[in-house]
Design a binder for this molecule. Sequence first.
Ligand code: GRF
Length: 222
Amino acid sequence: MSAPEQPRLAVLISGRGSNLQAFIAACDRGELAAQISLVISNNPAAAGLQHATAAGLATRCINHRDYLSREAFDHALVDELRASAIDLVILAGFMRILTPVLIEPYRGRLLNIHPSLLPKYPGLDTHQRALDAGDAEAGATVHFVTQELDGGPPVLQARVPILQGDTADSLAARVAGEEHIIFPLAARWLAQGRLALTESGATLDGKPLPATGVQYSSGMLV
Ligand code: GRF
C-alpha cells in the first residue's frame, strides 16, 4: 500500500523568513506531514527566498509593484497556487492585504500569524503598542484568514510576559520564538484535517474553539 499523499503547502513571505524556516524544520523532523511545494515572495529582496532555495524548495517572486490593483496581484498569486496544486496556504510574514480573489478560493485553507494577542492590536507596530499601553503580556495568534483584516477566527495563541526594560525588538524576538512553535502546530492540525473553519468559527476535532483560540503558554497547551 502506498503512503497517503501529503497536503501541498505554499508559504507566502515578504521578509526574513524565520517562520518559513520553522516550517522547513517541522517538515524535516516529521512533525508536520506536509510538503512545502512552493514559496512565494512579493519582495524580490526577501531573505527568506534564500532560505527556501537553500532547502531545495521551489520559489517564485511575484512583485506587487508590477500589478495595477490588489485584485490583479491576487489573481497572479492564485494562478501560481493553482499551477502548483496547492492545498494549504500559509501567510508567514506576508505584508500584503489580500482580497476575496485569493481569500475565497482558499477559505478554510488559509492561515496567518499575527504578532499580538488578537483581538488586541490588529495591524502594524503591535509590540510597540503593547509596550505603550503598559500591558503585562504580549504574544502571537495563528488565525484563519477571512476578509476582515487580522480578524478571522483565532486557532492558537501564544502568550509571553513583557519584562522590565523590554523594547519592541526584544519583545518581538521573544514572541518570534513562540511563533515558530505555534504556527507549524496549527498547520499540522489543518494538514491532519482536525482543524476547520465553519460558519460559526474555528473548530478542532469538531469542537468549537474559544474566541481567542487554543492557548499556549510556558511551553504547554492550556
Ligand atoms: C512575524 O512576526 C509575524 O508574526 C508577522 O511578520 C513577522 C514575520 O517574520 N506577521 P519572519 O519573516 O517569519 O521572520
